[in-house]
Design a protein around this ligand. Structure first.
Ligand SMILES: *Cc1c(COP(=O)(O)O)cnc(C)c1O
Length: 432
């Protein structure tokens, strides 16, 4: 299968190129030339298949021509080496817990899959591959941990100074080896811009083999479709299934739209955001108006210019009516988010993290008007990843899993850098 850029549908590249380039040279995002249709029997048989079997079949539909089956099977098994339980917290409201991976956030799925796919392509590549990753928190830890010790690769994580939690920061600043952390004096949008500029900079491209690992990389997106199929198949009532996706860059939601287009009968999607409500605004006004991001309690979703929006438009042929038919947008304040965390803890004895809480709120609101639907919200991070916010909100100390404790006890090592591109470029030339 070939992949095109959202800025030019006629110029197609191989999977290897799409994965290694990350971003197309015209600044567009790669998309598969067609969304493969899975047979009806595959869908009806989903409840009898394991999560890994489902993941393999879905991955094969996109990558079967380019990666040998046995290797792809191994890549999927490595990616899905942990559970994604569907937990009923109220009648017709389910939490899809995507945080049981090594860094306790859903980004482990994309990062682990991508690191293995890249590792496969790196084998036929002489130059070391440099992965540039801008992070608002969880990408950095998932990518850094996914690539740790992968041969032929080096990871540079850019993160906004003071805008990620201590636990998040420790997960990518304490690894060493082939992982470098850059602490940027700016916002997440600044980090994202520096990465984008680096990819377009001829001098850097001459010296280094650069690639991205943000949700813009197609190898991050594809594995995120797996759990929509899996979650849908594990519900008892599959008549009118809706997914609420707490969103920032909209990679997770885009993956759900792709799953639907492949034939999974999802009835509707809810784009749930914090105050960074660019997409809910678009769904109300037909106007896409990016603006600087605002800081919120769900900081991994503080994105002012959601990059996957270009893919969403492409999936719906740039037709507002089609897109808005499948997606409803809601935004929630920090106060609403914290109240939801308290309510759900009190009524269901279930601890939401601030991101999952936004997803829960969106679902709850939608179900009020659609009582026949069954709802799943994606719980994208373990609550202990946002320890201070959760403890403060619930008024008690929740327990921290062993996996996180280990990171906390290690020493942070990072390099400070301004948000100025020329300074960033000089630094790269010095340290790589
Ligand atoms: C990244 C992230 C999100 C947002 O996901 P997108 O695919 O960027 O929309 C939501 N919750 C958590 C915990 C995250 O780390």
């Amino acid at each position: 299968m070939k992949f095109f850029s959202t800025n030019n549908r006629t110029k197609k590249v191989s999977l290897k190129e799409a994965v290694l380039n990350g971003l197309a040279s015209d600044n567009g995002l790669y998309m598969p030339e067609e969304i493969p249709q899975l047979p009806k029997e595959f869908i009806t048989d989903l409840p009898n298949k394991s999560f890994q079997e489902i993941g393999f079949e879905v991955a094969k539909a996109f990558m079967g021509d380019d990666i040998p089956e046995e290797r792809l099977k191994k890549i999927v098994e490595h990616t899905i080496s942990f559970e994604a339980p569907l937990v009923e917290i109220e009648p017709t409201i389910f939490s899809l817990e995507l945080f049981h991976g090594p860094t306790l956030a859903f980004k482990d799925f994309g990062a682990r899959f991508m690191s293995q796919v890249l590792g496969y392509f790196a084998e036929s590549q002489k130059q070391e591959i440099i992965i540039l990753a801008a992070t608002s928190g969880d990408t950095g830890s998932a990518v850094a941990n996914g690539f740790l010790r992968v041969k032929g690769t080096k990871v540079v994580v850019l993160y906004p100074s003071g805008k990620v939690s201590e636990i998040q920061e420790k997960q990518f600043t304490t690894l060493g080896q082939n992982i470098i952390a850059l602490e940027v004096k700016g916002t997440f949008d600044d980090c994202q811009r520096l990465v984008k500029e680096a990819f377009l900079n001829e001098e850097l491209k001459q010296q280094f083999f650069l690639t991205s690992a943000n949700s813009i990389n197609i190898a991050r997106l594809i594995p995120q479709t797996f759990y929509y199929f899996y979650a849908w198949s594990r519900l008892k009532n599959r008549e009118e299934v809706v997914f609420s996706v707490p969103s920032g860059n909209f990679g997770n939601l885009t993956a759900g739209l792709i799953a639907k287009k492949m034939g999974l009968p999802i009835k509707h999607f809810i784009a749930s955001t914090n105050a960074n409500d660019i997409v809910p605004n678009y769904l109300e006004t037909k106007k896409f108006e990016p603006r600087p991001s605002l800081s919120t309690v769900s900081n991994a979703m503080d994105v002012g210019n959601p990059s996957n929006f270009a893919r969403m438009l492409d999936l719906y042929n740039h037709t507002f009516e089609l897109l808005s038919n499948d997606i409803t947008g809601f935004r929630f304040t920090d106060d609403e988010t914290k109240s939801a965390m308290r309510e759900v803890f009190k009524n269901s004895n279930y601890i939401l993290d601030p991101h999952g809480a936004v997803g829960y709120l969106g679902l709850k609101k939608y179900l009020t008007d659609h009582p026949k639907s069954t709802g799943v919200f994606l719980e994208t991070a373990h609550p202990a990843k946002f320890l201070e916010a959760v403890n403060e909100t619930l008024g008690q100390s929740i327990s921290v899993p062993e996996k996180l404790q280990v990171f906390l006890s290690k020493e942070k090592i990072s390099i400070a850098v301004s948000k100025d591109f020329s300074e960033f470029k000089k630094l790269l030339e010095r340290i790589l």
